[in-house]
Design a binder for this molecule. Structure first.
Ligand code: PEP
Length: 256
């Protein structure tokens, strides 16, 4: 069985002091609501500058919350000003790294080839990449969301052994639904998430497809999460705005 994963992408929000406050509040809220860690995994993805603080809090207080980063360098070390390597993130005990978020693809020209390099660096460092894919509004209007997204999946994971693909989390995030309040219908989410799983089964092996966790992302909130999570190929959500509020994110984690 695939453990659902609810990951909060904070984007460029919250300094390390605010991060401390939000993680503490999230942990209390989850405890109060009697969240069952066997029914959903809760992960926060703060900015780089917050990671050490979040690590210290989560590990020190043994909180049932995972954490990771929002991006990583394609390089291992050296003269790459402003970059952060997978090794550095692994040293902070990050478990996850978001790769190829649509904002990185759009504002930093990240191609599938770059995403693929990042995925392989993250896996080599012993962490799990959350690989983002998804179509823009123009592609959706043409009805080409499935082939478009499968091409991104193929381009982002090409060459990886099946055992590595099985560990990866894929986040299907239709770009038109990110931060817009416009949520894909559960059927829209299922159409593409199901197609991704079938594609992996065909290209690799049914066992790999069965193991891989596929998230939906795009304006997920406490009051729409249950219907999305009811879809058979949706194994969690990548959550932006709603992950900045402890109660709302806890409600999402408790979709079951
Ligand atoms: C995201 O940042 O990946 C995201 C899905 O954002 P939001 O939930 O705010 O749409």
């Amino acid at each position: 069985m695939r453990l659902p994963i609810m990951a909060g992408n904070w984007k460029m929000n919250l300094d390390h002091v605010e991060a401390n406050g939000l993680v503490q509040k999230l942990a209390w809220t989850l405890k109060d609501m009697k969240h069952d860690a066997k029914r959903s995994e809760v992960v926060v993805l703060p900015p780089f500058t917050d990671l050490r603080t979040v690590q210290t809090l989560i590990e020190g207080d043994k909180l049932p919350i995972g954490f990771g980063a929002q991006d990583v360098s394609t390089h291992e070390s050296g003269a790459y000003t402003g970059e952060v390597s997978a090794g550095m993130l692994a040293k902070l005990n990050c478990q996850y790294v978001v790769v190829g978020h649509s904002e990185r693809r759009q504002y930093h020209n990240e191609t599938d080839a770059i995403v693929r390099e990042k995925v392989s660096k993250v896996l080599s460092a012993g962490m799990i990449p959350i690989v983002c894919v998804g179509e823009g509004l123009d592609i959706r209007k043409e009805g080409a969301q499935v082939p478009y997204t499968l091409e991104q999946v193929q381009g982002s994971l090409r060459g990886l052994p099946g055992e590595d693909i099985a560990k990866v989390v894929i986040a299907y995030e239709p770009v038109w639904a990110i931060g817009t309040g416009e949520v894909a219908t559960p059927e829209d989410a299922q159409e593409v998430c199901g197609a991704i799983r079938r594609f992996i089964a065909e290209e690799r092996h049914i066992d790999v497809a069965d193991a891989v966790r596929i998230q939906y992302g795009g304006s997920v909130k406490g009051d729409n999460v249950a219907e999305i999570m009811a879809m058979p190929d949706v194994d969690g959500c990548l959550v932006g705005g709603a992950s900045l509020k402890a109660e709302e994110f806890a409600k999402i984690a408790m979709f079951y």
